[in-house]
Design a protein around this ligand. Structure first.
Ligand SMILES: *[C@@H]1O[C@H](CO)[C@@H](O)[C@H](O)[C@H]1NC(C)=O
Ligand SMILES: *[C@@H]1O[C@H](CO)[C@@H](O)[C@H](O)[C@H]1NC(C)=O
Ligand SMILES: *[C@@H]1O[C@H](CO)[C@@H](O)[C@H](O)[C@H]1NC(C)=O
Ligand SMILES: *[C@@H]1O[C@H](CO)[C@@H](O)[C@H](O)[C@H]1NC(C)=O
Length: 332
């Protein structure tokens, strides 16, 4: 499983010239506004217990065919049909379609399938009004997902609620044994640890980055419980610098700290929460701000004239989210 994921990341990274922003859990729809402006279904049924279907039947009634079939294949029917109080984040069939081919193939492994599906199920009822910004929710397999509510979208757009960055498409679909929210991205990958642990698990891509973080003395911030957005440059991003410049940085903790803190945003912002021309506050000196540029070519941040492109978005970590970027926001 891990191997599949690493391979996938490397494949994504190799594709940095591509137009779309790759996300670790499959691409977004081409048009982000499709999601942001999607009409939220009002629950069509009154809350009359006897009239409500069970969660699995409900998923079928909502046309979530891929989810329904996968639950069946994983043998989780009894759980979602039986008595209980569950919250299900059920991906659309289109979300399963948009998974990268190798991840789709890995769903053939019953153990992997089971783990991924249980990551979409929470052993208590959480209606949309309790999905507050930054709420950390423990799933049926004792992992965590994070809810975010993004308010400040461009004019004319609704707020969007996201689970690990996966936008909620239809909320509060009621069942006899819980509530179902339709999400538009499969919740993948699963959170395995802090941002620092994620980087150390993928040493081949981040060994230099880790050295620089250490030199800067900000390693602990990436391994802390306080949640942030970590814009992480890869080894390849650092190799774009003049070697002498990089050596100097590694030996100058003051400057290194100033630069690396500029890559950490104060708030947890998954891809869906960014909008064009947004100013985001960093942990840099005086809460130095970056400007976000969202265009058809993907997402870039402008750090005072240095542009850095997001090449992998939305790696969920226990202390926020990691986005991989292709350039160090270095300002001499
Ligand atoms: C759930 O995960 C937490 C944190 O990783 C751990 O401390 C706890 O023992 C786990 N509980 C179960 C039932 O596995
Ligand atoms: C990160 O924190 C955990 C405990 O919270 C600790 O076990 C670990 O050694 C720390 N450092 C790294 C590099 O993971
Ligand atoms: C590192 O910094 C120290 C003192 O600030 C200096 O003596 C040394 O030459 C520097 N090393 C490199 C490789 O720049
Ligand atoms: C941008 O760079 C200029 C010139 O180096 C500096 O005066 C200014 O403070 C910088 N702005 C930010 C937000 O860092």
């Amino acid at each position: 499983m891990k191997l599949v994921f690493v391979t996938f990341l490397v494949a994504c990274y190799a594709a940095t010239g591509a137009i779309e922003v790759f996300t670790a859990g499959g691409n977004f729809r081409q048009n982000k506004n499709e999601i942001l402006n999607s009409h939220k279904f009002k629950p069509s049924r009154q809350n009359v217990k006897s009239a409500l279907p069970d969660l699995l039947t409900l998923s079928s009634e909502l046309g979530l065919k891929a989810f329904y079939l996968l639950v069946h294949r994983a043998g989780l029917d009894a759980m979602l049909r039986g008595k209980g109080y569950w919250t299900v984040f059920a991906p659309t069939s289109s979300a399963f379609d948009r998974l990268p081919q190798n991840i789709k193939a890995s769903l053939q492994d019953p153990e992997v399938l089971n783990r991924i599906l249980l990551y979409h199920i929470v052993p208590k009822v959480l209606k949309s009004d309790s999905l507050q910004n930054n709420k950390v929710i423990t799933t049926a397999n004792n992992r965590t997902v994070r809810a975010n509510v993004y308010q400040n979208q461009e004019a004319g757009q609704d707020k969007v609620t996201a689970i690990n960055g996966s936008p909620v498409y239809k909320e509060d679909q009621l069942a006899e044994n819980g509530v179902l929210h339709v999400v538009d991205k499969v919740l993948f990958p699963l959170t395995t640890g802090t941002a620092l642990q994620y980087l150390t698990q993928h040493m081949a891509m981040y060994s230099q980055t880790l050295k620089l973080l250490e030199a800067a003395g900000v390693e602990n911030t990436l391994n802390d419980t306080t949640a942030h957005t970590f814009m992480v440059p890869t080894n390849a991003a650092l190799e774009k610098l003049d070697p002498a410049q990089l050596r100097h940085l590694m030996n100058d903790s003051g400057t290194a700290s100033q630069i690396m803190k500029r890559h950490i945003l104060q708030d947890v912002i998954f891809y869906v929460g960014f909008y064009d021309n947004e100013k985001v506050k960093t942990l840099g000196d005086n809460s130095e701000e970056l400007t976000v540029l969202v265009g058809p070519g993907g997402l870039e941040v402008n750090g005072n004239g240095t542009f850095s492109r997001m090449v992998i978005a939305d790696v969920p970590v226990t202390n926020g989210v990691v986005h991989v970027v292709d350039t160090l926001l270095y300002k001499p």
